[in-house]
Design a protein around this ligand. Structure first.
Ligand code: MG
Ligand code: ZN
Length: 216
């Protein structure tokens, strides 16, 4: 009997194959890849810059920047002295493993310990595409509102760590942080959560200490 395969399933299995190859390549070069997913404006790039500054002396960092257009975030990363490659999806709302493969080919993998992939700003489909990463991280900011775990439970279910950003804005925004954390814990009780602000520096060192423990 011939199994009927939908177009979606075929795209996903091609992606899964490429992701497995990426994972093997990264392992071979002792690179730990972190897939960073978040909505636009969550502060991904600012947080990654803070992580780069905190890690730079002990951990060699690299960055793959995924955006629909432009290379402004890649320019910022290179100004910090880290190897960075831009992927422009040309309208695509997520990165896939084949795009990441092309970026990996342009990076000096033997000079990188921790490789961040800044995925396209979107809470929905990026989480459905394995890129070959070892760790998945979500960033959610206070201005996005405290209802996101209710509206987009999948991402909170599938990541290894959640960074709550812009907590310095809590006094100005109706955001029930204890309730938010309760919702997140109801989706994934074991999820590691960091509360951070790049403005005050609060929580950054705890998060960077955890990033330092990630091994290839
Ligand atoms: Mg960015
Ligand atoms: Zn998408």
């Amino acid at each position: 009997m011939i199994k009927q395969i939908s177009v979606d399933e075929r795209i996903l299995s091609a992606n899964d194959l490429a992701a497995a190859e990426n994972r093997a390549l990264l392992h071979q070069h002792s690179v730990h890849m972190v897939n960073v997913m978040a909505a636009p404006g969550s502060g991904k790039t600012c947080l990654l810059l803070a992580a780069i500054r905190g890690l730079k002396d002990q951990v060699r960092v690299g960055v793959i920047e995924g955006d629909i257009a432009s290379d402004i975030d890649t320019v910022k990363m290179r100004q910090e002295g880290v190897p960075a490659v831009q992927i422009n999806t040309g309208g695509g709302c997520h990165l896939d493993a084949l795009q990441v493969r092309k970026a990996l080919e342009q990076l000096p993998l033997d000079e990188i310990d921790l490789l961040f992939v800044e995925n396209v700003g979107n809470l929905i489909c990026p989480v459905g595409f394995d890129l070959g990463e070892t760790t998945r991280m979500a960033i959610a900011s206070i201005p996005e509102g405290d209802d996101k775990p209710l509206k987009y439970p999948s991402i909170f279910h599938k990541v290894d760590a959640l960074v709550i950003s812009k907590i310095d804005l809590l006094p100005y925004i109706a955001f029930d942080l204890p309730e938010y954390r309760r919702l997140v814990a109801s989706i994934q009780p074991e999820l590691r959560v960091f509360e951070t602000s790049v403005v005050t520096g609060e929580g950054i060192s705890a998060w960077v200490d955890w990033l330092r423990t990630l091994k290839a």
